[in-house]
Ligand binder design. Structure first.
Ligand SMILES: [Zn+2]
Length: 137
């Protein structure tokens, strides 16, 4: 490991396989029937990050928020290479939560979903949120 990396946080998630440094986990967190995050107290902009010091849009303060587990797909794909503990094929999607932020989730089934498909966050897999398409539940 280079001396430059010591004690310096990076945006890359630490991975034991690559000897990464411990950094904050930026993945969305599921708490029962809600995804945790923050919402701007002025412009109401939603994010899936907790304890956000300021709004990324208007720089005002934010407050803790709970977002519903339902939403629609903005994009999706099937990954054909292993990533971390995930073995191919597995599905990924960006989901616009209802009245909430856009978040990256894993899909319960490895399939490309049409844009606007209704999905629900149904659990987690190794810390990643897992969504199931309506009709597959
Ligand atoms: Zn704002």
């Amino acid at each position: 490991m280079s001396e430059l990396g010591v004690g310096r946080p990076t945006k890359r998630r630490a991975g034991s396989a690559v000897g990464g440094l411990p950094v904050a986990d930026s993945r969305p967190v599921l708490d029962g029937d809600a995804v945790l995050g923050s919402r701007c107290t002025v412009c109401r902009y939603p994010t899936a990050q907790q304890n956000l010091p300021w709004c990324p849009v208007c720089y005002s303060t934010t407050e803790a928020a709970r977002f519903p587990c339902t939403g629609t797909t903005w994009s999706s794909t099937v990954v054909a290479i292993p990533v971390g503990t995930h073995r191919p094929p597995f599905g990924l999607a960006y989901v616009d939560l209802d009245d909430g932020p856009r978040i990256l989730v894993h899909l319960a089934e490895p399939a490309v979903l049409e844009l606007g498909t209704r999905v629900e966050i149904t659990g987690t897999d190794d810390g990643d949120l897992v969504a199931t398409a309506e009709g597959q539940r």
